[in-house]
Design a binder for this molecule. Structure first.
Ligand SMILES: Cc1cc2nc3c(=O)[nH]c(=O)nc-3n(C[C@H](O)[C@H](O)[C@H](O)COP(=O)(O)OP(=O)(O)OC[C@H]3O[C@@H](n4cnc5c(N)ncnc54)[C@H](O)[C@@H]3O)c2cc1C
Length: 333
């Protein structure tokens, strides 16, 4: 038996190079906190915005697409002295602040003075929504669809049903169209589109400048609907997926009991975000609403804490989390 090599030591390990992780790393590195590494399992840093090939990122004066925003944040973190390492997946814990990873150079164990979990959130896929039926090809979440179309140039079929009516559902409809396919319908079991109600609730909590952004978001959603004339089926649930090999249709049921089959070869399950909190759960680390966790020296930020959070808010949360990490480091752990 060969003895395990001792863990490599760094000052701060950030898991996840999305807006939250990159912003955290940038501020910590800029403060001169030593070696700050950002581990990212994808081949490119930037998180979800990498595959959001539309506008709405950046600021009023400096509008950006998702990929442009991802590049900006990656460059800012690198310029500040942080080291993004792509193709590196964090697998598990080997100590309170020690992580096992696998990457292009093989497995590695890394110990840090502070660990920041910034692993984001994901949309619940078909299996988690317990939608019965066959197991055909052509079933996506918005994230999977955007990656297939915008990152890998894959063909996604010709007729798509989009499940959900939130902002992200309209983004999914836009991606379907960008891929040259037709949107058969948006289907939601709510009595109306969700984007407006959710945003209005957020309105009540935010300062004036955020209210303006929210209104712009609502406007974009409505404009998308009008521009594309997306048929919206409210009070309607997808009850079954049909087809062998490839999806051939989805069965839907209206609240009043009526049923119908929508012929389609693609279905996109959108929204309904859940935290990507596997690493925290593996080690029974309890997350709260702020950066501190139940384990000293382990912090959390971004959409991991607030699933589906907008990219700008995740970036802001990352910068705030960096403050908590710096205090921990200054206090001598
Ligand atoms: C499909 C979709 C469309 C969206 N569209 C918009 C939009 O148009 N505008 C907007 O403002 N917001 C949008 N959002 C929301 C926003 O982009 C995200 O919530 C935001 O990116 C959150 O930032 P984050 O850094 O917390 O997480 P993420 O951006 O999700 O980044 C987390 C990163 O962690 C990595 N990671 C996870 N686990 C590991 C591991 N074990 N090891 C290594 N790396 C790991 C992931 O690969 C990922 O890159 C969208 C979200 C989705 C899912």
């Amino acid at each position: 038996m060969t003895a395990q090599p001792p863990p490599r030591r760094v000052d701060v390990l950030v898991v996840g190079a999305g807006p939250a992780g990159l912003a955290t790393a940038a501020r910590i590195a800029a403060a001169g906190a030593g070696r700050v590494e950002v581990l990212e399992r994808e081949t490119q840093a930037g998180g979800v915005p990498r595959h959001c090939a539309h506008g709405g990122f950046g600021t009023w004066t400096h509008p950006l697409t998702g990929p442009g925003y991802a590049r900006l944040l990656t460059e800012a973190a690198t310029r500040a002295g942080a080291v993004p390492r792509t193709g590196v997946t964090v697998l598990d814990w080997a100590g309170p602040r020690t992580l096992t990873t696998v990457g292009p150079q093989g497995p590695e164990t890394i110990e840090a003075r502070a660990v920041v979990l910034a692993t984001g959130s994901r949309e619940r896929p078909r299996a988690a929504r317990l939608v019965p039926g066959t197991r055909p090809a052509g079933v996506y979440t918005t994230g999977e669809l955007q990656q297939a179309v915008h990152l890998f140039g894959q063909s996604i079929g010709t007729r798509a049903v989009v499940v959900g009516a939130e902002s992200v559902s309209y983004a999914a409809a836009g991606t379907v169209r960008a891929a040259g396919a037709e949107v058969v319908a948006l289907v939601t079991d709510h009595p109306s589109a969700q984007a407006d109600q959710l945003r209005v609730r957020v309105d009540q909590l935010r300062v004036r400048v955020d209210q303006l952004r929210v209104r712009a978001d609502q406007f974009r959603v409505r404009a998308a609907r009008l521009r594309h004339r997306v048929p919206l089926l409210t009070d309607t649930t997808v009850t079954e997926l049909l087809g062998h090999g490839r999806l051939s249709g989805v069965r839907v049921r209206h609240r009043d009991g009526r049923t119908a089959t929508l012929a389609c070869d693609t279905v996109v399950f959108t929204g309904d975000f859940v935290a990507a909190d596997e690493l925290a759960r593996q080690s029974a680390i309890t997350l709260g609403t702020g950066p501190d966790t139940s384990r000293p020296g382990v912090f959390a930020t971004g959409a991991l804490l607030h699933p589906g959070q907008r990219a700008r808010a995740a970036r802001r949360a990352g910068t705030e989390a960096a403050g908590a990490v710096l205090k921990w480091l200054e206090a001598g752990e």
